[in-house]
Design a protein around this ligand. Structure first.
Ligand SMILES: *Cc1c(COP(=O)(O)O)cnc(C)c1O
Length: 359
């Protein structure tokens, strides 16, 4: 292995070094209690303090209004594909979904199990190279909500402005939450699997407007109702204690870095470094249309299969790990989440320039 490794994996993904070091200590002995963070009761004072601080930091960093609940759930972001319609969409009602990639496709399939689903926009026919701009679609005014994926992790596209509609917004922000400011008050529900931008795998953050908690039908199993977890402050059953702790540590780090505004600046800096290289030559081809490009996942291909194999080999030798694109898309994907060091992107950009010249 090279001395310095840069972790470009799409998720689970890079976490701040200092968080990992602290976690290593806390796993053995948390707060000098003689017990590790993963062996104490989730109802202990020590863990209650952890989950409360984690929630408070998320509220502060994202500006979550008081009439929203912040929940820590399990089952991954993928369980939200069904929990959202199960709780918010009645059988005879309609919801609208923007189809911009793998994750929205999966969510649409699940939503159809519960109610009527309309898809006013899809970029599927053109290989999901873009997200819609304002005015490109109209939402049925009867929609209970408009669902979209703010950052399409696989294809490398991102909504740079939130959809403008009278319908309530519901968003999967798994791969860009806390990387930029968001006006939470425009949403009914936001969710994100932790393992991309905010912590270890195993916990899903859900932010839900309080009045929606009662919309659910009584026949939904207790564990699958948001209100169950809201009423119990995410302690209805044993939560993923280590993951919640991990998110809390990342939130402390994020606050110390300057919060969401700092993350926003940094993510633009990081991604521009790579997009500039991609645009400066015909050698690399970006997958996403320029106006839809993601600041989190930069996707591109090379002229031939042979060159791609060579690129993969040489980048790996240089310590650039996890660049292989998603199996559906091929090519390469550089995932540049909050904890990704800027100098690592600069080094990859330099390498890409040299590789294009030589080949
Ligand atoms: C990774 C990802 C998911 C799936 O997350 P799991 O926690 O593995 O279920 C869903 N949506 C988006 C946008 C993702 O990036």
């Amino acid at each position: 292995m090279p001395e310095q490794v840069y972790n470009f994996y799409a998720g689970p993904a890079v976490l701040p070094k200092q968080v990992l070091k602290q976690a290593a200590l806390d796993i053995v002995d948390f707060n000098q209690s003689g017990m590790g963070i993963i062996e104490i009761s989730h109802r202990s004072q020590a863990f209650t303090a952890v989950i409360q601080e984690t929630e408070a930091l998320i509220r502060e960093l994202l500006g979550v209004p008081g009439h929203y609940k912040v929940l820590f759930l399990q089952g991954g972001a993928s369980s939200q594909f069904f929990m959202v319609p199960m709780n918010l969409l009645q059988k005879d009602r309609v919801a609208s979904y923007l189809n911009t990639g793998v994750w929205s496709n999966k969510a649409i399939r699940e939503a159809r199990l519960f109610g009527q689903v309309e898809v006013p926009y899809s970029s599927e026919a053109t290989g999901f190279t873009r997200v819609p701009q304002h005015g490109e679609y109209t939402v049925n005014p009867k929609s209970e909500y408009l669902y979209f994926v703010s950052n399409n992790t696989v294809y490398g596209t991102q909504f740079h402005a939130m959809p403008e509609t009278d319908a309530m917004l519901v968003a999967d922000m798994s791969s860009d939450i806390l990387s930029r400011p968001v006006d939470v008050s425009r949403f009914g529900l936001i969710y994100a699997g932790a393992q991309k931008n905010i912590g270890p795998a195993g916990v899903t953050l859900v932010i839900i407007r309080e009045d929606l908690l009662e919309r659910v039908s009584e026949s939904v199993p207790t564990m699958l109702q948001y209100r169950t977890h809201a009423a119990a402050d995410s302690l209805f059953n044993t939560p993923p204690v280590f993951s919640v702790y991990g998110v809390g540590q990342v939130m402390r780090w994020l606050r110390d870095q300057g919060g969401v505004a700092a993350m926003d600046r940094l993510s633009k800096q990081r991604s521009s470094l790579l997009y500039e290289v991609i645009d400066s030559t015909d050698f690399y081809r970006g997958h996403a249309e320029k106006a839809s490009r993601s600041a989190m996942n930069v996707t591109f291909t090379l002229p031939t299969r042979e060159l791609e194999e060579k690129f993969l080999r040489e980048t790996t030798e240089q310590g650039f790990i996890g660049l292989k694109g998603h199996r559906l898309l091929g090519g390469f994907r550089a995932s540049l989440y909050n904890a990704f060091p800027l100098e690592g992107v600069a080094k990859l950009a330099e390498f890409m320039q040299a590789f294009a010249r030589k080949n």
